[in-house]
Design a protein around this ligand. Structure first.
Ligand code: NAI
Ligand code: CS2
Length: 486
C-alpha cells in the first residue's frame, strides 16, 4: 500500500507537482467554509491558497462538514493536504493545495464549530451547501419556517443543525464578544445568493432574537457571487490513477478543468484578501454575470442531464458529442440569451463557444446523473425564470420546454434504455405523488405546475407555459428524446 499524502510525504512527490511553498504552520484561519465538498476544494480554496502563497498568511481555511465525516476522514490523515488535478483532453497538471488545515464535522460537536466561527481571526465564512442547504422554498425563495431542522435551530440555537443556524449562532456569539460580523459569501449556484442567504439568516435570527437580527441587518455583509468551475465528483479510479502518478495515496483529491471564475459583489464587513490581485472579479453588479452563467451554462447542463440521461448517456461530453444534442443546446441558448443583459466584457457568442468546448472536455468524465440531482432546487433559476422572461417578451420557449419536460419524464426513474435509477431530490416524494394520479400528459404537467412547489406563480398562471411543456412531454413520451429534440 502507498503512503498517504501528508506534510511528511510532500517532499518526495514528483518534481513537476506544484506544492504550497509557504510555511503551513505559520498561517492563521481567516476563513471558515461550510460544506467542504469537491467544489470548494477546487475553487475558493485555491484562491485562498494563492493568497497564502503570495505572503498574506491570514487566509487559511477551516472546513466544516454539516453532514457526514467523509471529507474530514479523507483529509485529516493528510494534514489537510489534497491534490487539484486540472484536466483538459490529454493534458493534466497536479497542484497540492495547503490552504485547508482542519475539517470539523458539525453534527459531532456543533458548539465547536460556533466557537471557531466566532474567532477574532475569522473574517470570511464561505458556503457551498448545495441549493437545498439554505432551506428556502424553491418557488418563493423564503425560509421554510416549518423545516424540522430550522425548528430545531430555533429551539436550541446554540447547537445548530443548518447552515443558516450556524451563521446565526456564530454571529450571536461574535456580537456577545464585541466582535464585528464576518462577511458571508454564498458560493452556491443560486441567483442573488447573497440576498438569499441574508434572508435565511435574518428570517431565523428574527425568530431567535430580534435585536440580533437588527444588528446583523445593519452590520452584516452578504455579497452576491457568481462561481464557475466544473468539478465532477471524484471516483475511486481517479484516486487510483493519481496514486500511480504521485507514488502516494490522496483520498481527498479533486479533479477539474482549467477554467475558473469567481465574481464577488464588492461589499465586505471587514478584511478580505486582495481578491483583485488573485484573479477574482469584484463588481457592484453580480446579477448580469450570474444570469448569464445560470441560464446558459447551468440551464444547458440540466437539459443535457435529463434529456441526455434519458437517452442513455452517462457523461456530458458524450451527450454534446452527438450532433443532434449539440444543435439542441445551441437552440436552447438562442432562446435563453434573449433574456440576458450581459455585463461589459462578456461576449455572448464567445462565451457560448467556450461553454461548448468545456462540455466537450472528455477528461472530466462529468456524470449526467450528478447534474440531474436536486432538480427541484435547480430548475427555477436555470430554466423557469428564463422561460418567464421569454414569455414576457413574447419569445419562443420550445427548447427550454423540452428541458423541463425531460425533468418531468426523469421523475419516472427509468431511462429510455430501460435502466432504472433512484431520483435524488429533496422533493422526490412530492413529485412522485403529484405525478402518480395523473393519467394523461396534460394532467402530469398540470400536476407539476399546481402541486410540486417548484413552478413560480407567474409561470404557473401562464397557459403558454403549460401548453409548451405539455407538447414537449407528449413528444418525448410518444417518440423518444432523440426525435423530440431533432
Ligand atoms: P459535493 O457533493 O462534493 O459537496 C456537497 C457539500 O454540500 C457537502 O459538504 C455536503 O455535506 C453539503 N450538503 C449537501 N446537502 C446539504 C444540506 N442539506 N445542508 C447542508 N449541507 C449540505 O458537491 P460539490 O461539487 O462540492 O458542489 C456543492 C455545491 O457547489 C453545488 O450544489 C453548487 O451549488 C456549487 N457549485 C458546484 C460546482 C461543481 O461543478 N461541482 C460548480 C459551481 C458551484
Ligand atoms: C452543474 C454545476 O451539478 C450541476 O448542477 O450544473 O455544478 C456546474 O458544474 C457548475 O455550476 C459549473 O460552474
Amino acid at each position: 500500500m502507498s503512503p498517504r499524502l501528508s506534510d511528511a510525504t510532500l517532499a518526495g512527490l514528483p518534481a513537476e507537482v506544484e506544492r504550497p511553498g509557504y510555511d503551513r504552520a505559520a498561517v492563521t484561519t481567516g476563513v471558515v467554509h461550510l460544506g467542504i465538498g469537491a467544489f470548494h476544494r477546487a475553487h475558493q480554496a485555491v484562491v485562498f491558497d494563492d493568497a497564502l502563497r503570495s505572503g498574506d498568511r491570514r487566509w487559511s481555511v477551516l472546513g466544516v462538514s454539516l453532514r457526514s465525516p467523509g471529507v474530514r476522514d479523507q483529509l485529516q490523515p493528510q494534514d489537510g493536504l489534497y491534490s487539484l488535478r486540472v484536466r483538459d483532453g490529454s493534458a493534466e497538471t497536479v497542484r497540492i493545495i495547503g490552504a485547508v488545515r482542519r475539517v470539523l464535522v458539525a453534527p459531532e460537536d456543533p458548539g465547536a464549530v460556533v466557537v471557531a466561527m466566532a474567532s477574532a481571526d475569522v473574517h470570511l465564512v464561505t458556503l457551498t451547501v448545495t441549493e437545498k442547504g439554505y432551506r428556502l422554498d424553491p418557488a418563493t425563495g423564503a425560509l421554510i419556517q416549518t423545516d424540522p431542522d430550522i425548528l430545531a435551530d430555533i429551539a436550541d440555537p446554540a447547537r445548530p443543525r443548518t447552515a443558516p443556524g450556524f451563521l446565526v449562532a456564530a454571529l450571536a456569539e461574535r456580537r456577545r464578544r464585541g466582535l464585528p460580523p464576518f462577511t458571508v459569501i454564498s458560493c452556491d449556484n443560486l441567483p442573488h445568493n447573497g440576498a438569499r442567504v441574508r434572508a435565511a439568516v435574518l428570517g431565523l435570527a428574527e425568530r431567535i432574537d430580534p435585536d440580533l437580527a437588527a444588528w446583523i441587518a445593519e452590520q452584516g455583509a452578504f455579497p452576491a457571487t457568481m462561481v464557475d468551475r466544473i468539478v465532477p465528483a471524484t471516483t475511486p479510479d481517479d484516486i487510483a490513477a493519481l496514486t500511480e502518478r504521485l507514488g502516494v495515496e490522496d483520498a481527498g483529491m479533486v479533479k477539474t478543468e482549467p477554467f475558473t471564475q469567481w465574481v464577488i459583489e464588492d461589499r465586505f464587513a471587514g478584511p478580505r484578501p486582495d481578491f483583485a490581485a488573485l484573479g477574482v472579479q469584484l463588481t457592484g453588479a453580480v446579477a448580469p454575470w450570474e444570469d448569464a452563467k445560470l441560464r446558459l451554462l447551468n440551464g444547458a447542463h440540466s437539459a443535457i442531464a435529463y434529456l441526455g440521461g434519458l437517452a442513455g448517456h452517462d457523461f456530458v461530453h458524450r451527450v454534446v458529442g452527438e450532433t443532434a444534442f449539440a444543435a439542441f443546446v445551441e437552440r436552447l441558448w438562442d432562446e435563453a440569451q434573449t433574456t440576458l443583459n450581459p455585463p461589459p466584457g462578456l461576449d455572448i457568442p464567445a462565451y457560448r463557444a467556450a461553454l461548448m468546448a468545456r462540455f466537450r472536455n472528455e477528461a472530466l468524465q462529468h456524470r449526467t446523473r450528478q447534474i440531474a440531482m436536486d432538480g427541484s432546487q435547480k430548475l427555477p433559476q436555470r430554466l423557469l425564470a428564463t422561460m418567464a422572461d421569454c414569455l414576457a417578451a413574447n419569445q419562443g420557449i420550445d427548447a427550454l420546454a423540452l428541458a423541463v419536460a425531460g425533468w418531468i419524464r426523469w421523475q419516472a426513474g427509468v431511462t429510455e434504455t430501460g435502466e432504472t435509477f433512484v431520483v435524488d431530490d429533496p422533493l422526490a416524494d412530492r413529485l412522485r405523488d403529484c405525478l402518480a394520479g395523473a393519467a394523461t400528459v396534460e394532467a402530469r404537467v398540470q400536476a407539476v405546475i399546481d402541486r410540486s412547489g417548484v413552478v413560480p406563480p407567474s409561470l404557473a398562471g401562464d397557459m403558454r407555459f403549460a401548453a409548451a411543456v405539455t407538447q414537449a412531454l407528449a413528444q418525448i413520451e410518444s417518440r423518444g428524446v432523440l426525435t423530440a429534440i431533432g
